[in-house]
Design a protein around this ligand. Structure first.
Ligand code: NAD
Length: 256
């Protein structure tokens, strides 16, 4: 599993979209690393077909501390509620803006409602998640780390991803712009860009999946959520104290 040996004992981590897939793996890894984890998701139940126990309960079963706060990240006041919940545990030290949705549509077929729904979660959610977490860290006078979930589609065009890809391109520049403005406050902002990862978000996601594993092409295998936490833990850790505005590509070489 892609984790690193980092100790987050005494720190509080808010993970948006932590009920399923990548967010669940990341939240669980932070819990295993000693952090108190707040899962901010629209639903507590995992979407994953092979997971039944809500993330916060699974973390507690593993001996950790965690809570669930029902949160629609497209509504900033609800993000604020999740950050307030973190104050009960000392306040947010690490914010992971990971919640995301996808609608597989050809460019000519994207309706304004599709555009708004996907931008509302993926970009507006990450933007205000970053801003509100940073304000809270500054108010409490603590150094902090923010990690946003981008995607290889941020830089690589694929069919039927135009509005989704636009949100992830936005997440890239949000990450760099916020890193620039927050550096003086002791807050680092970075991103992780996953490649094709087997999660529920890919249901109906038209892709070149048949190419995965083809001789000579990368990635040589499909990724799983367990491939992701190491990058998040690294970027949030002291080991990355001189790393900000950066994107770590976790895609098995897909972007090569
Ligand atoms: P997933 O569908 O398994 O998990 C997404 C989670 O986000 C779910 O728990 C869902 O309930 C939650 N969510 C959806 N809308 C929300 C909202 N409005 N507020 C709060 N939570 C909300 O998908 P995943 O693959 O784990 O996706 C996680 C992130 O990774 C997303 O940002 C996605 O765009 C990104 N990503 C995924 C892939 C991939 O291949 N799976 C590749 C690149 C990037």
């Amino acid at each position: 599993m892609g984790t690193i040996d980092a100790d987050f004992t005494g720190e509080t981590v808010v993970v948006t979209g932590g009920s399923s897939g990548i967010g669940r793996a990341v939240a669980t890894a932070f819990g295993d690393a000693g952090a108190t984890v707040i899962n901010a998701d629209v639903r507590a139940a995992p979407k994953d077909v092979d997971a039944e126990t809500p993330t916060h309960e699974a973390i507690e079963e593993r001996g950790g501390t965690a809570a669930f706060v029902e949160t629609d990240v497209s509504e900033p006041t609800q993000i604020e509620t999740a950050i307030e919940a973190a104050r009960e545990f000392g306040g947010v030290d690490v914010m992971v803006n990971n919640a995301g949705v996808h609608r597989s549509l050809g460019f000519l077929d994207v309706a304004p409602e599709d555009f708004d729904a996907v931008h509302g979660v993926n970009l507006r959610g990450a933007f205000f998640g970053t801003q509100l977490a940073a304000r809270d860290m500054i108010h409490r006078g603590v150094d902090g780390a923010i990690v946003n979930t981008s995607s290889t589609t941020a830089e690589r065009a694929e069919r039927n991803h135009s509005h989704y890809a636009a949100t992830k391109g936005g997440v890239q520049m949000l990450t760099r712009s916020a890193a620039l403005e927050l550096d003086g406050h002791g807050i680092r902002v970075n991103a992780v860009a996953p490649g094709p990862i087997a999660t529920e978000i890919r249901e109906g996601w038209s892709e070149e999946a048949s190419e995965i594993g083809d001789s000579g092409s990368l990635p040589s295998r499909a990724g799983t959520p367990a491939d992701l936490p190491g990058a998040y833990l690294y970027l949030a850790s002291e080991g990355a104290s001189y790393v900000t505005g950066e994107t770590v590509w976790v895609d098995g070489g897909a972007s090569l």
